[in-house]
Design a binder for this molecule. Structure first.
Ligand code: 4AD
Ligand code: MG
Length: 458
């Protein structure tokens, strides 16, 4: 239940708990207002609920005050909670006093009813959290983050704060933002440093001391791909377990996604009804809620990379990128597998070693690694994970194969010399999961202030 702080009562709490006849006080911003001769209506929101609360003003309301009750103005309202005779809401507030806390010039307010395309809203990122879509995105993002922490905390995983500045390229992909401090020649840290692309290498140290751990923080990649699924700054959750193999990693990822998604949907039915409404209005295909419900109520699918390539090669369709063993899976292939072939989330496992990072464990035969990606409808890759190479000699060999100098990661190698364990984990892109759950197509609309090539205005 939503609790209030001080005198203000969140609108969500009022809607849940107020009784007819209660004296109530709310604060918020005007979504819409309608005036007529005898009676006027103001719809107020405060971020706590997908619903607005209706304020009713009688004919005694001052004309000068009415002029100030336009969209965007901030108000403090005192009144009585009454049953509503109108359609659309069961209760409303009969206003006794209205204070305009901050005026809003409706003629120059950038957030007009008609101009709310997601593209336009990106140009007013300071005001877009007031739009209906972003009101809901923010609540779902908040609930998702909370339920992710709760999932791990309930199961004894320790949250490890891994560094944001690091000297290692954890993914070996070279997509690094360099960190400098002025023009010191030897560098602030005495070596070249970067914003982290992943906390995995560091969190592995803690799996080798606390068994079950996770990171939850911002991650940075200088990926110059201007796609709807890539951001230069995104949030990643990386659980890591000692004494675990690839099957354990997959079992955790599946239970985690299904449990967290269920809990978030249960917490915010109003917001999911909104996203369902938007999708049904704009798009064909299965409804968002049908898709989510069916995804989380049955086991996910699982195939090897080799099987997945066979499936793709048999499809009669002109792919933009080639398919077949050895090719790298692109978004179009990932989406086909999850959306059309399996019609549910699917784990793809055992990718060729040259397609994946140096730390992944070599399978028998040494052609593939114990990796897995979780592909979901509409989004493609939502999770990437693996069992890690815990054998010292094999890890050195993997590093050399991937041109990652073993000397730079001497400390990572030492974990394999002093009480090594089979271990593994995965990385979940928070924004990718948000896109999957809300139906939002562009990652720029899932994060408060997106950082993408050419974009850091706010
Ligand atoms: O597959 P990735 O690169 O895996 C890792 O970083 C591992 N260290 C994870 C681990 O095993 N601990 O990234 C993990 C996930 C992807 O599946 C995707 O959801 C997300 O992070 N991701 C991005 N999200 C938004 N923008 C980008 N540029 C992303 N790159 C990866
Ligand atoms: Mg990946």
């Amino acid at each position: 239940m939503t609790r209030g702080v001080g005198r203000r009562v969140p609108i969500a709490k009022l809607l849940e708990t107020a009784s007819v006849g209660n004296a109530v006080e709310v604060t918020g911003w005007i979504r819409t207002s309608r005036f007529s001769k005898n009676v006027s209506f103001v719809a107020l929101y405060d971020g706590s609920s997908a619903d607005t609360v209706q304020i009713v003003l009688g004919d005694e309301t001052d004309e000068e005050l009415k002029k100030r009750l336009g969209v965007g103005a901030s108000l403090r309202v005192k009144g009585e909670w009454v049953a509503s005779p109108g359609a659309g809401q069961a209760f409303e507030i009969r206003a006794q006093s209205i204070e305009v806390v901050g005026d809003c010039d409706a003629s120059s307010y950038p957030l007009q009813k008609k101009s709310t395309s997601l593209e336009y809203l990106r140009t007013i990122a300071h005001l877009r959290p007031r739009s209906k879509t972003h009101q809901s995105v923010v609540r779902v993002r908040n609930a998702l983050s909370w339920h992710i922490h709760k999932y791990f905390q309930d199961r004894g995983f320790h949250w490890i704060h891994t560094p944001i500045i690091t000297a290692s390229d954890a993914e070996g992909a070279g997509e690094l933002f360099e960190v400098t401090a002025g023009d010191k020649e030897e560098g602030f840290f005495g070596k070249r440093t970067f914003l982290t692309v992943s906390g995995q290498l560091e969190v592995e140290c803690f799996a080798q001391s606390h068994t079950d751990v996770y990171t939850f923080g911002p991650t940075f990649r200088a990926e110059n791909s201007n796609t709807p699924r890539h951001a230069a700054e995104f949030w990643m959750i990386e659980p890591e377990m000692a004494f675990a193999d690839l099957d354990d990693v997959i079992a955790l990822a599946e239970d985690f996604v299904r449990t967290v998604a269920r809990n978030v949907m249960d917490q915010l039915p109003g917001d999911f009804a909104f996203f369902e409404f938007v999708r049904t209005k704009l798009e064909k295909g299965p409804s968002l809620l049908e898709q989510l419900e069916s995804a989380i109520s049955q086991p996910f699918a699982r195939v090897t990379y080799a099987e997945a390539q066979e499936i793709l090669a048999k499809v009669d369709r002109k792919w933009e990128f080639p398919v077949g063993y050895g090719t790298s899976m692109q978004a179009e292939h990932e989406r086909y597998l999850a959306e059309e072939h399996f019609q549910r989330p699917v784990f793809v496992t055992n990718y060729p070693r040259d397609q994946k990072a140096f730390y992944m464990r070599l399978d028998d035969g040494e052609q593939t690694v114990s990796a897995t990606d979780l592909l979901v409808p509409r989004v493609g890759e939502m999770i990437g994970g693996s069992q890690r190479e815990e054998r010292f000699d094999k890890l050195v060999e993997q590093m050399e194969f991937h041109h990652t100098p073993p000397d730079d990661l001497w400390w990572y190698l030492e974990l394999r010399q002093f009480g090594t364990t089979p271990h593994g984990g995965f990385g979940l892109g928070l924004e990718r999961m948000l896109m999957w759950m809300t139906g939002i197509h562009n990652i720029r609309d899932s994060i408060p202030f997106p950082r993408t090539p050419g974009s850091a205005e706010f």
